[in-house]
Write a protein that binds this ligand. Structure first.
Ligand code: SF4
Ligand code: SF4
Ligand code: SF4
Length: 222
């Protein structure tokens, strides 16, 4: 039986549609952080739910893969670190990996590719990275299909959302979400985001536009 320090971790991580999601395992690491393995109808996912200091997880633990790549081991074995995708990304969200893949116990992935949303987010009408990838590590799909492939999961941390910290209205994440996966719901006199992770594809628009620091909404890799 999982032991939760967070009052409602499932809702925070996968939205309100938790009926078919089970906690398979929960573990505390040596540094004090807590992770859980979740299983739903069509997915299994390990998430970090609590930071070493006991606060809710507010930082990405699992790296984000380029769009349309689904399995990190397959991607890392096919990627030759040529950097062509990084060069052509109009949003500058593809970058050279440093230690990101070490969470999977992989220590030789430096120089391969991962995603971050400091400078932009993945455009729905773009597949330039797949166009130029010479090895097929980033599969080239029709745009409609590419748009439907999940890159990650949006996570919300109300403790840093400015609607709660500064008590000012904000709807940046909901307004910019191309999937309409975020609605605003009333909480203590302010409207706060609620994510529908069945609609979210992990494009990163919400993280990019969120004004909070640390980001109150961010994408966790698959
Ligand atoms: S699809 Fe376009 S915006 Fe998204 S990562 Fe690839 S090149 Fe960048
Ligand atoms: S990651 Fe993209 S699809 Fe998901 S909630 Fe954020 S903006 Fe919407
Ligand atoms: S954009 Fe960030 S600060 Fe604004 S409502 Fe969304 S999560 Fe909160």
């Amino acid at each position: 039986m999982a032991h939760w320090h967070d009052p409602n971790p499932l809702q925070r991580f996968i939205g309100n549609d938790t009926a078919n999601v089970k906690v398979i395992a929960s573990e505390q690491s040596a540094d004090g952080s807590v992770s859980a393995l979740l299983q739903g109808d069509k997915f299994e996912k390990k998430i970090r739910t609590q930071m070493p200091d006991g606060s809710p997880a507010a930082a990405r633990l699992y790296p984000i893969l380029p769009p349309t790549t689904r399995v990190y081991a397959e991607f890392l074995s096919a990627c030759t670190a040529c950097g062509k995708c990084i060069d052509v990304c109009p949003e500058h969200i593809l970058k050279t990996a440093e230690k990101e893949y070490e969470v999977y116990g992989i220590h030789d992935a430096r120089g391969k590719v991962t995603v971050s949303f400091e400078l932009g987010f993945c455009r729905q009408n773009c597949h330039r990275c797949a166009d130029v990838c010479p090895t097929g590590a980033i599969p080239l799909l029709e745009l409609a299909e590419k748009r439907a492939v999940r890159m990650g999961w949006a996570q919300f941390n109300s403790r840093t959302c400015i609607t709660q910290t500064d008590h000012v209205p904000c709807d940046a994440c909901a307004r910019h979400c191309p999937q309409k996966a975020i609605i605003l719901v009333e909480k203590e006199g302010q409207k706060i985001p609620r994510i529908n992770n069945r609609l979210c594809t992990g494009c990163g628009a919400c993280e990019f536009y969120c004004p909070a620091r640390p980001k109150a909404i961010y994408i966790e890799g698959i």
